[in-house]
Design a protein around this ligand. Sequence first.
Ligand code: ACO
Ligand code: KIV
Length: 389
Amino acid sequence: MNDQHHAKPKLVIFDTTLRDGEQSPGAAMTAAEKMEIALELERLGVDVIEAGFPASSPGDLAAVKAIAGRVKDSAVCGLARASDGDVDKAIEAVRDAARPRVHTFIASSPLHMAKKLRLPPEEVLERAKAAVKRARDGVADVEFSPEDAGRSEPDFLCRIIEAAIGAGATTINIPDTVGYRLPEEFAALVRDMMERVPNADKAVFSVHCHDDLGMAVANSLAAVQAGARQVECTINGIGERAGNAALEELVMAVKTRGEAFPCRVEVDATRILALSRLVAATTGMAVQRNKAVVGVNAFAHESGIHQDGVLKDRSTYEIMRAEDVGWDSNSLPLGKLSGRSAVRQRLAALGHELDDGAMDRFFALFKERADSKRFIYDEDLHALRTELG
Ligand SMILES: CC(=O)SCCNC(=O)CCNC(=O)[C@H](O)C(C)(C)COP(=O)(O)OP(=O)(O)OC[C@H]1O[C@@H](n2cnc3c(N)ncnc32)[C@H](O)[C@@H]1OP(=O)(O)O
Ligand SMILES: CC(C)C(=O)C(=O)O
């Protein structure tokens, strides 16, 4: 890493696997499961662990409290609605943490204020101020989110953000709660808030993006380029509905394309795969094969032209190293679309050296078998070698 890299400010990684991730239907976790994941998140090096929503149940309050008592290197955060009861429970849950944070929120879009909260905007603004102030009476680190900011009116958004900072919020999170925004629009919204809110320099700006249109990561990264310095994300991108921005994608995008970002990330990315598998096993939410970074196909090449390129030089078809995110290596599974280079390489590894003529005959047998079988395994190669005579 060069000096220029270190000169860049650090991007705060706020993991919400244990809060928004747990909102995925069917993904509820026990306190012990949450603890195991929290300790792995701490080892990964995330800056903030949002451990739960303490007012949601006595069990969740106890789980957040237990995590706050064990985790030392990451801040531990509890979510709270803008109400005295929720804020008090969140304070109670995190107060013993080495770095406690309370995250309070209230919706600011016309739709949510009128239809869901059934409150006039001025009342919403007062509740936001009161909740932040109450949270600040309990902990020094308070985050405020105007929920559904992506569909809020910019002028009102400016006012509620200014009021929250005035009341003591240290982080302002801009959520695209329903995953509605496009990257350029979302970046413009964040830039607009950072420029127009008079006391914006007193808080860290954060983003929290959902994946309803598949743009959670793109929107988050566009916002980082526009000035946001915290991203909220989950392992494997789990979360409400289509999920949240995936931590592994955000981290590897900033690491791989560092020159495109005005900040740096500092997590031990080699722990990503193990954590991805732990979260999948715990929540029962399997990772799709073609998922970026952590899917089984993310560093696998079955097509002959790609295998040939990768065998000559991995960078022909790989922009990241599999080992850097926890895989033992990349892989070259053999199948119908594979070519001679990979087949020859695998045969040699199994101790079968063939001259060009034998290789041509073997390859014809290989293609015949592969036309009727999804993968050609080592046992198949041995059997074909015997068949060849
Ligand atoms: C965008 C997000 O992801 S927000 C986080 C979403 N996560 C969750 O909801 C998970 C945890 N939730 C729960 O366990 C329950 O919903 C509880 C315990 C918080 C509340 O349960 P209940 O009291 O039965 O209320 P219910 O869930 O039915 O309705 C929510 C109430 O909170 C109000 N509310 C919603 N958001 C906020 C807010 N940010 N601040 C204040 N009040 C709010 C709603 O208007 C509604 O109030 P009403 O009953 O007076 O109409
Ligand atoms: C509580 C907030 C940040 C949230 O989860 C959302 O708006 O999606």
